[in-house]
Write a protein that binds this ligand. Sequence first.
Ligand SMILES: [Zn+2]
Ligand SMILES: [Zn+2]
Length: 453
Amino acid sequence: MIPAERSQDLKVGTVLYGLEPRGLGGPARESLRGYLVRLAAEHALRPRDLVARVLVQLEPSISPWAYASFFARHALTIDGIGVYAETFARALGGGTGRRDLASLSMLPWASLLPPNGKSLLARRPRWCPECLRAGWATPDGAHWQLRWSLAAVSHCSDHGIPLHDRCGHCGRLQPALPRHPTIGYCDHCLSPLFDLTSTNSQEQVRPTPGGLETEQLIDELVAIQDGLARDPKESWLSFIDEAVASLGKGQRAALCRRMGFQPRAFNAWLQRQDRVSIGAIVRVCSALGCGARRVFGEEPRHLSSLVPQQRAGARRVRHDENVRSLSARLLHQAVSQNAPPSLRDVASAAGVSRGYLRYWFDDQVAALTGARRRRVEHLRQARTAQRLELLRVLVTDVVASEQFPGRKLIESAARRHGFSLLDEGMLEIYRRIVADLLQAGRSLEEDTSNETR
Ligand SMILES: [Zn+2]
Ligand SMILES: [Zn+2]
């Protein structure tokens, strides 16, 4: 049955609702993967069932992909520029009758970006918890954003915080295509992915050179990608042509050097028509001070000279009073949080360096570091206790099923629960549990043999 308020979305002759994609024309554009999940929810289906039962009917070439590790990992490519993106855009477009779904992936840039866009997409789903929270504060709920799928994006430009990749409650990574059709909730423990905690792996956070410049440029790329007047490769080549013509030879070489390219890099694009990585696009655009709208859109370019050089370290940021009071406020909030964010996160949210915070707010920084250390220690102890308990249950279960709780058997059971006997301290605990059990078994045997005597 189609609910009355949805019936207008169902175009005559389509199998699926013509659900409106979110965030078209803006940087928070919905991703094709996220759209698939919302569409599944509209049909009261699990996303994987929508693929395995409905989309395979529309696009039989999908059927070999309807298996677990595709859903868990490879389905990330649905947001990319390759055959998976093409096929899913076609199947979903056919099913919903919508023609704009390719623009929820990176397909509009397919002629420009390298074909096996390995470095294009992040290797795991990531999200901005604040964007998800803001989405869930509206009646429509949250949507999954395309920019989160791009490897070059490490921070949310709206909130200035690093993207997260682990559930703040159970600490697990999320599958590419979830089992549950709810955007913004952990697919393992069903808790909100917008709860901020410190369990998010800081090592995943790549410091962004030049602040959020990369993110802002990519925001613009993503925003304009459904209204490209020209083939992006043509636009790029004419842009490079213009840059070569307008910059003097000395400037051109300086530009290439500054971007870390060899001096004749521009010629490779112009003469060999090499594909261009998204990182190279960002570097050229920022060196020429030219946003995506000027490169790929209709805005005039007016390339005259290089943007003044900003060498890392030599970069002068004017810290006026606003910056200082913002920093103080963010630090204060950070220290009082149950799960305090890292100094790097606070610095990035305030738009300053960690050194700046240490210089001006020495005491608060020390308080934050202390609070984080205590929190990490607390989490570590809690996790060890939890695993110890789980390990005891695993070993007892194996013994109860009259098997010997050998290391191999227990290791594979532990891995199913997301840990390993090789984790710090676990092996010793395992040996102790087994020894205790064997000891208990032996005394039980002795008791019984005493009784029978
Ligand atoms: Zn955000
Ligand atoms: Zn979870």
